[in-house]
Design a protein around this ligand. Structure first.
Ligand code: NPQ
Ligand code: MG
Length: 369
């Protein structure tokens, strides 16, 4: 395929409720949406999962747009006729920036699969038609407010609850939720809020039968996670630390992680995600698909990925309504705690162009210079 033009939009969507994590409180989701048009007449869509500030990852929306315009897209234009499988190699000279690279690769893959009439799920190797949904629950104002939010999600049918934790909001919320729902699959996510000095505290989570503790320590402290993992019963699951296939391979070798959260944006795309998935299957490691408050564009591709055989735990692949009153695609609606994997060509969702225009705050067209 030959890329004719790339459109990058900045969009802003209000969240249905504030989402508080150990790194801050989000009221809106600002993100980049990319549309590529090819000379063959195909269009491909992708969203960039970076947030507006570098709080979860070093990447952030304005920085992503800059690196895409200045380096990544010129390299793609210069390469000429390109296949999705060639994108990562073309972008490899530019270090890191996985979320930006993932956006470009995904948009090209969507266009290619639309031309070929193949769905994301079939291309990636999905063997399920629907995926189990979990939900990520923010740090609440009070225990009562948390209980109310969790009961709402459980009554909607979510099959797994993930509580965001931080120092001062850990043992109590976990013990209350576990007490009220003794059998619900439950896990926690600290987004790096603890240190190696907190091993004794994190050990106190052991009696609550959690599926896992996600990213308790700094993203660079892989050894710390190995020490913690040896000291606690609850499985440790890395998120932020897993930025590539190699990072996953090494974290597994060091026994720093016993479960892996795959987020395609964080690892540079869906092809790298499949490689990590295959590695985990080979090592008999459970995997699940993380979430970055995606719109229907990113959610569609994530649901397709989560339908691969190694994704044995429910992901943060929630319904559109978990985050947004109105989505920019046909919404993902949960039925019996599951989302259906799209079957149409490419990501297989329809863009609501009017609504997309309404929430677009900036728009730029990039062509070969
Ligand atoms: C995680 N996601 O697993 C992330 C973190 C996260 C669903 O818990 C705006 C954009 C706000 C991306 C807040 C979930 C965000 C965000 C949290 C990602 O660690
Ligand atoms: Mg996480």
């Amino acid at each position: 395929m030959k890329i004719k033009e790339v459109e990058i939009r900045t969009i802003e969507l209000p969240l249905v409720r504030p989402f508080r994590t150990s790194f801050g409180t989000q009221l809106d989701r600002e993100l980049l949406v990319m549309k590529i048009t090819t000379h063959e007449g195909a269009q491909g869509w992708a969203e960039c999962v970076a947030m507006s500030e570098p709080l979860y990852s070093p990447e952030y929306t304005a920085g992503c747009q800059d690196v895409m315009e200045r380096f990544l897209l010129p390299a793609i234009f210069e390469f000429g006729d390109i296949r999705p499988e060639e994108v990562a190699g073309v972008l490899k000279p530019f270090l890191s920036h996985q979320m930006s690279k993932a956006t470009i690769e995904t948009a090209i893959l969507d266009a290619q699969l639309k031309l070929d009439g193949i769905s994301f799920g079939s291309y990636l190797g999905a063997n399920k038609t629907e995926v189990d949904c979990g939900v990520s629950v923010g740090i609440a104002k009070s225990i009562d407010a948390l209980v109310e939010e969790v009961s709402q999600y459980i009554s909607e049918g979510y099959r797994r609850i993930k509580l965001k934790i931080e120092p001062g909001w850990d043992l109590e919320p976990v013990s209350v939720i576990r007490g009220l729902w003794p059998d619900i699959p439950l896990q926690v996510d600290a987004n790096q809020a603890y240190s190696r000095n907190d091993i004794d505290l994190l050990k106190q989570l052991d009696p609550f039968n959690l599926l896992l503790i996600e990213q308790p320590l700094d993203e660079h402290d892989v050894l710390g996670h190995a020490l913690l993992s040896a000291a606690v019963e609850t499985p440790i699951c890395l998120d932020e630390s897993i930025t590539s296939f190699e990072a996953a391979r090494d974290a597994l070798a060091l026994k720093a992680t016993t479960v892996i959260n795959i987020k395609p944006g964080r690892v540079g795309g869906y092809l790298e995600s499949v490689r990590i998935h295959d590695l985990c299957v080979e090592h008999d490691i459970a995997v699940w698909c993380g979430g970055m408050l995606e719109t229907g564009i990113g959610r569609a591709a994530n649901v397709a990925l989560a339908a691969l055989p190694g994704f044995t735990l429910p992901g943060d692949t929630s319904a559109s309504s978990r985050y947004y009153k109105r989505d920019i695609t046909n919404p993902f609606v949960m039925e019996d705690g599951r989302l259906r994997v799209p079957t149409g060509p490419g990501i297989g969702v329809d863009i609501d162009h009017d609504f997309l225009d309404e929430i677009t705050s900036a728009r730029k067209i990039i062509t070969a210079s």
